[in-house]
Structure formats: C-alpha cells, structure tokens
Design a protein around this ligand. Structure first.
Ligand code: GLU
Length: 497
C-alpha cells in the first residue's frame, strides 16, 4: 500500500508555524516511504475562512520548500481539495449515517443549549449535549422537518465503555465514551463540521497515516466511531506534541510571533526556518544541527519524534539563520536573497513614492525610510508621553487597535484608515491624536510617511510585532484592563464572527 499523508489547514488566519511543523513531518514521513503528500483546505467554517488566508498558507508552505503532490492549486485524482467544494459528498454521507441510526437530527435551539451549558457549569459538570432529541420518534422528526424547523445532525455515541486510540507514537490512549460529546456533524446550514468532513475526506483521499497536533487527541474517538459506522478501516494515527513558548505555555502570538510570514518578512531564510522546525520535531541529524530537507527525510521515522513539548526558541532560530547566511550563501546568492527580501522593483517603487513629496535630497531617504528595512525599532519611550493624550489612553488605544487589526480581513490602507476612525470615535479622541503613538510604534518617529500606507507595505506581521513591542515598553494590559477594553471599537462589517 502506498503511504499517503496530508496537511489540512483551516484558512482562518495567518499561516501558523504549527501548520508548517505538521506539514513538514507529514511530508517527511510520506517521502521517506516513497509516498504522496497532499494539501487539503478545510474551509467549512464559512464565517472565518478567507481566500486571503488560504493564499498566504499555500505561499508560506511553498516558500519553505514543502511541496505537495495533490492540492487545490494542483488538482489530483481525489479532488476537489477544498472542502467548501465538496458539500454534496458530505451530505450523502450524513444521509447514510442517519439511515443507519448512527446519527440523529437535533432541533434544540441555541438558547436551550445555552441554558443547558449554564446549568451544567453550575453543577460542576462538563458541558455536553444531553441527548434530548435522540428520543424523537420518526414521525415527530418528519413533522418538525416539514414545518421548516432548523436542525443539526449529531453523532450517536456509546454511553459506556472506553475508546482505545492506538497512537503510533504514544501507544494506546484510553478515553471513556462518557467523556465524548454527541458531536454536531452537520450544521443547520447543511455544511459539515470539521469532524465529519475530515474523516470522509481522509477516507476518500486514501490517507494512510494521519499525523497531527496533540490538540486533536480528544477528537480521535469521534473519528474512530465514524470510521466504524461507515465500515472503513481507519488510518494509522499519531499526535505530535504542541510547540511551546519558552515559558512552556502553548505557543501563542501574544508571546511569540507565530506567523510564518512574519519570519519571511523579518529576513529569515526559508531553509533555516525549515531546518529549525525539523530540529523541533526530531532533533539533530547524525549529530549535526544544520541539515538540508533531503537529509531530514532520509533519517526520518515516527520514533524520532520527541514527545517533550518542543520550545520555539527564537534565539536558536537566529543562531541557525546566521549560520545559513554566513556559511551557505556566496556573495552572489546572498545579494539575490537581499533583493528578493526587501528590494523588489515593486516594493522599491511603492516606498520611493511615499518619500518623494517629503524630501529635499535623495539622501534624506535613509533616515526617513529606515524603518521599512528594520525588524524591531529602537526609539525613546519618552516620545509616547510627549503627545496630547496621556499614557493610560495610549496604552488603551494600542491594545484596542492591535486587537481590531487582527480581526481585519484584508490588509490594505483604506481598511486600516476606517479602523482608526472607528477607534478614535469609540475612545473619543481626534484621529490625529490617536495616530501619533502609532507613528512612533510603527515608524519610530511621530512624523513620517503616511501611516496607513506604511502599515500596508510593512504587512500585518511586522506591524503586530511593533505594536506588541510598544505595549511591552509602555506596560502590557492587565487582566482587568483587558476586560474593561474588551468591547471598545468593535462592530464593523469587516470583522468576522
Ligand atoms: N483543519 C484542522 C486544523 O487546522 C486539521 C486537523 C487535522 O489534521 O485533522 O488543524
């Protein structure tokens, strides 16, 4: 049997380093065994999925040098590879489960489910569906469907016993069925949830090994149940440890940049980032920390996956990247990399156009534009205190804008402009006063080229990191402040649910 693995990102945000790490391991496993590696886009969450995110994820994986044999851009014998284009397939499979009594329609309203959750929480019980609609007679189901009542479809789960998940790296993991919820498989809009779509696709796409993040362990029983209901042989399953912040908490963008495009924009070389992710997954290759993808693949096995939570240690990545820059590039290829990173003709033109109305000599450009070519900026923190708004408001403004920027679907200056107007109104200050600290945080100076254009060119990731740094300098928001500021400035049509 030919080994087939996949990575199945959901295009709901930045291309995450965790996605690349999982992709790399699946790629290496497939290639080590002469198999195929697929890319499938899991975009069943229509409210949060965007084409921009899908493009960014595919770009980042390609940039890293992880190539797939089948995928939405390449096609292949098991397409389409985008779940939003496979709705009819899932519907057919849900019908099968319903007909066999392995799933049931549930008419419970969101408000009943909320009340249930509240009651369960008050009683110290885990929140889960209580099975009310499982007892409906076929006649009642038919009557309620005919009257147009919205319903979801839920999975029938055994009420007793344990499910043994045979993890290929960790060994058997036992999970009691009483801990497994009657999962919604199809939403009231007729679209599947992750669990159903994922299992149906893994089967139809002939995936032999599912290697994914540890956060999916608790979902494995639902998946295994679906395989058995459909009468299919499940794939081999293995769960990778989660990447961690240096303080061992789960890697999060609040503490560490997690977007691959951030590392690209910061001027890390893709081969260094890939090498770093490979080190996190399975350690040195034959005692050497610097190695190419081909060597990683050649020596890869599931047994080599380290289970202790690998720490995403940026200084280590810096060290590795430095070695690649110094040891692996001759002057000519180094120059090419520099040009591709920050001096493409298109980027040059956009940046020069911003400078043109603001300079008297071409040499003024150095100081004016240096922030476009920098990572973290160094500036005098006292600058923040010299404007019209007091520091407490500056901190609030940065925290609110930072959160709102994260919710912006498309990254372009007009949307950023609208966002600043909205926040200025919400916190009742003039837009000009609001933008001043952002000039400092983003460009290093209270006066510069137009802020929103600069932000667009710098990109979401660099801007996020600079705002994070400014807040670090000024004092990160406390829990109480976060709570207080939670509802300021939201409610835009551009903001996703
Ligand atoms: N769409 C899921 C994710 O983004 C895929 C998980 C899996 O590999 O099954 O993590």
């Amino acid at each position: 049997m030919k080994v087939r693995t996949r990575v199945a990102p959901s295009p709901t945000g930045d291309p995450h380093v965790g996605t690349a790490y999982v992709a790399l391991v699946n790629y290496a496993f497939a290639k080590r065994h002469g198999g195929d590696f697929l890319l499938r886009v899991e975009d069943t969450d229509r409210a949060r999925s965007t084409p921009e995110s899908e493009r960014a994820i595919l770009h980042s994986l390609r940039w890293l040098g992880i190539d797939w044999d089948e995928g939405p851009d390449k096609g292949g014998p098991h397409g389409p590879y985008r779940q939003s284009e496979r709705a009819a397939i899932y519907r057919e499979h849900v019908e099968r489960l319903l007909a066999d009594g392995h799933a049931f329609p549930c008419f419970c309203t969101p408000s009943r489910l909320d009340d249930l959750r509240v009651a369960q929480r008050a009683a110290g019980q885990p929140s889960r569906y209580d099975g009310l609609c499982r007892g409906l007679t076929p006649d009642e189901v038919a009557r309620r469907k005919a009257s147009g009542e919205p319903f979801v479809v839920r999975l029938v789960v055994p009420s007793e016993g344990v499910c043994v998940v045979d993890d290929a790296r960790r060994g058997p993991i036992e999970i009691a069925w009483s801990d497994v919820d009657m999962q919604v498989l199809m939403k009231s809009d007729g679209l599947p949830t992750y669990h159903l779509a994922n299992v149906v696709d893994d089967h139809l796409m002939e995936i032999t090994h599912v290697i994914r993040g540890e956060e999916w362990v608790s979902s494995a029983p639902k998946h295994l149940l679906l395989y058995s209901y459909f009468g299919w042989t499940p794939p081999v399953i293995a769960h990778l440890p989660l990447l961690r912040n240096p303080d061992k908490s789960k890697l999060s963008k609040r503490k560490n940049p997690t977007s691959i495009s951030f590392y690209e924009r910061m001027g890390y070389l893709p081969e260094a980032v890939l090498n770093f992710l490979a080190l996190l997954a399975a350690g040195a290759v034959e005692g050497e920390e610097l190695f190419a993808l081909a060597a990683f693949v050649e020596h890869f096995s599931l047994e080599r996956i380290s289970l202790g939570g690998p720490v995403f240690d940026v200084p280590k990545l810096d060290w590795l990247n430095g070695r690649y820059l110094r040891e692996r590039l001759d002057t000519e290829s180094f120059t090419e990399r520099v040009a591709a990173w920050g001096f493409s003709p298109e980027r040059n033109a956009r940046i020069a156009a911003l400078a043109q109305p603001r300079i008297e000599r071409l040499s003024d450009m150095g100081n004016l534009l240096a922030f476009f070519f920098a990572g973290r900026l160094s500036y005098d923190a006292a600058l923040f205190a010299s404007g019209k708004i007091e520091i407490a408001t500056v901190r609030k403004a940065i925290a609110v804008v930072q959160r709102e920027l994260d919710l912006l679907r498309t990254w372009e200056s007009a949307g950023i402009d609208a966002l600043f107007r909205r926040v200025a109104e919400a916190i009742e200050i003039k837009v000009r006063d609001l933008t001043r600290p952002f000039y400092i945080a983003v460009t290093g100076s209270p006066t510069s080229v137009p802020l929103y254009d600069a932000m667009e060119i710098l990109g979401r990731d660099i801007v996020r990191e600079r705002l994070r740094h400014a807040l670090e300098v000024l004092g990160a928001p406390s829990k109480r402040e976060q709570e207080e500021w939670k509802n300021i400035g939201t409610a835009s049509v551009e903001i996703t649910a």
